[in-house]
Ligand binder design. Structure first.
Ligand SMILES: [Zn+2]
Length: 494
């Protein structure tokens, strides 16, 4: 990760920290009123300013030349704190110092009064990584801290910090930085470096940073290295391998308009364009999530430009909630499959087909008939179920023969099955094996079977595949089974 810009633009006082207003104010007030606690816990996502604020606070409570609550960053306390050469400021990364010995060392160090500062400040980053023993040692010190000690514990995973530790601290929950705030900050950094960046490009970077300052500046750094002249949306997308929000929006349009062919071509284009399909999938899911949040009214302000915000609102409005959920589910499933698929684009192409096909108005006569049957029971079923069933039974061999023309593989699932009754508009067919039953249960297959039954018998029925209880009848030499096997060219084994 490129951290040049991040280090250069790290805020040095409370006033220049963007976002986290509530935390800034509370800490600044503690400094101004000289009410400094012994232990603070900063929790929140990575790159949102936890360590930055911890360091500002460490200087502010010790600075001899404060303006209000702001450290001067010049005095003999501030300077060594800034350079991290002071004995009164200790920063440890718990990720690499997890053991009880590391904490004991800290505690020993705390026994001595500060050399120059008023407070000895200990910043423990990623505190959740400490071992159990280390936490216990830390807890003892937090219970009876030396009067000159100030602990600032930082974590991205608060649920891994023991409750006994949390209860000894003042807790501050840091939030992700919004896209608008982050864009604004990135715009400032870019202009300070005499770099021209389009509004759309800033938004793309801010979106990709996912609420993290550190990531945002690191991404800007990366893009700046490639830029000759103005940084555009296209450049950002190329350098970072992102799919821009406009492109994601267009893809959703294709799905919603049931344009199967275009949607699949869209995926192919991404593949040939060398895009990271896994990243695209992630970006698209995030986009769908925002449409969902807009739809349910949680929020529609994601910090995007006016044009894009409006487009997203329109899309959310035009879509029914179940349809949004359906598309999300289809693509969520694809996300899990991309990693394992030998053809990376296949799960996405399938998802595109599924998301467009399912809501297509019925076109083929097969599907049309299936849908009609689902809606209202046709009259002829009510004539008398016994009679109708006899008719189906009599025609079963022809039904199987006809099915063979439609779909050869269906026969292997049906050859051991038997129709046993008609219930309402359903034809109950029993299967000795679950996988045969499941195959016929699949909607597409069921529709074909229903269609063939109608063609042969003139009856509108829906097949209801049912698993046969026990195995007694499996080997029964039955007329129906025999005729089925004849069609398959097989023999009944005894
Ligand atoms: Zn100072």
């Amino acid at each position: 990760m490129n951290l040049v810009l991040y280090r250069k633009y790290r805020p040095l006082n409370f006033g220049s920290v963007v976002n986290q207003e509530h935390i800034k104010t509370t800490l600044a007030n503690a400094v101004a009123n000289n009410r400094v606690g012994h232990a603070y816990l900063f929790t929140g996502p990575r790159g949102v300013g936890k360590t930055t604020l911890a360091r500002i606070f460490a200087r502010a409570i010790n600075c001899q030349n404060r303006t209000g609550s702001e450290p001067c960053n010049e005095c003999e306390i501030c300077k060594p704190f800034l350079e991290n050469t002071s004995l009164d400021l200790l920063e440890i990364d718990a990720a690499s110092h997890t053991g009880v010995d590391n904490i004991r060392e800290l505690i020993d160090h705390l026994q001595f009064a500060p050399t120059k500062a008023t407070y000895k400040v200990i910043i423990v980053d990623e505190v959740h990584m400490l071992s159990k023993g280390a936490f216990n040692a830390l807890l003892k010190t937090l219970e009876e801290p030396p009067s000159h000690a100030v602990f600032i514990l930082a974590t991205t995973e608060i649920h891994k910090v023991p409750a006994t530790i949390i209860s000894r601290t003042q807790r501050f929950d840091f939030k992700k930085v919004g896209i608008a705030d982050l864009s604004k900050h990135l715009a400032y950094v870019a202009s300070d470096n005499q770099i021209k960046v389009s509004e759309g490009a800033l938004m793309e970077i801010a979106t990709a940073a996912d609420g993290s300052f550190r990531d945002g500046l690191s991404l800007l750094d990366q893009v700046m290295n490639y830029a000759e002249g103005e940084i555009t949306e296209e450049l950002v997308e190329t350098v970072l391998g992102l799919t821009g929000v406009k492109t994601l929006s267009k893809f959703l349009d294709l799905l919603v308009e049931n344009q199967t062919q275009e949607a699949v071509s869209f995926i192919s284009d991404l593949t040939y364009g060398g895009k990271d399909l896994y990243q695209f999938e992630k970006d698209f899911l995030e986009y769908l999530r925002k449409i969902l949040l807009t739809k349910v009214g949680t929020t529609s302000d994601f910090g995007y430009t006016e044009e894009i915000s409006q487009k997203m609102k329109d899309q959310a409005q035009a879509l029914e909630l179940p349809r949004i959920m359906q598309i999300i589910q289809i693509f969520q499933k694809a996300e899990g499959e991309i990693k394992w698929s030998s053809i990376q684009s296949l799960p996405l192409e399938l998802a595109a087909v599924e998301a467009t096909e399912e809501n297509n108005p019925p076109q083929s006569p097969l599907i049309l008939r299936g849908d009609e049957a689902a809606e209202e029971p046709p009259l002829n079923v009510r004539e008398g179920e016994g009679e109708l069933f006899a008719k189906v039974q009599a025609h079963w061999p022809q039904i199987l023969e006809k099915l063979k023309e439609y779909n050869h593989s269906l026969i292997s699932s049906l050859k051991l099955a038997q129709p046993i009754s008609i219930e309402g508009k359903e034809l109950v067919v029993i299967f000795p094996y679950k996988f045969h039953k499941d195959a016929i249960e699949a909607r597409k297959n069921r529709i074909v079977v229903d269609q063939v039954i109608e063609e042969v018998t003139g009856l509108k029925l829906m097949v209801k595949p049912t698993l046969q209880k026990g195995e007694a009848q499996v080997e029964q030499k039955d007329e129906l089974v025999e005729s089925a096997l004849k069609i398959m060219g097989g023999e009944v084994e005894n």
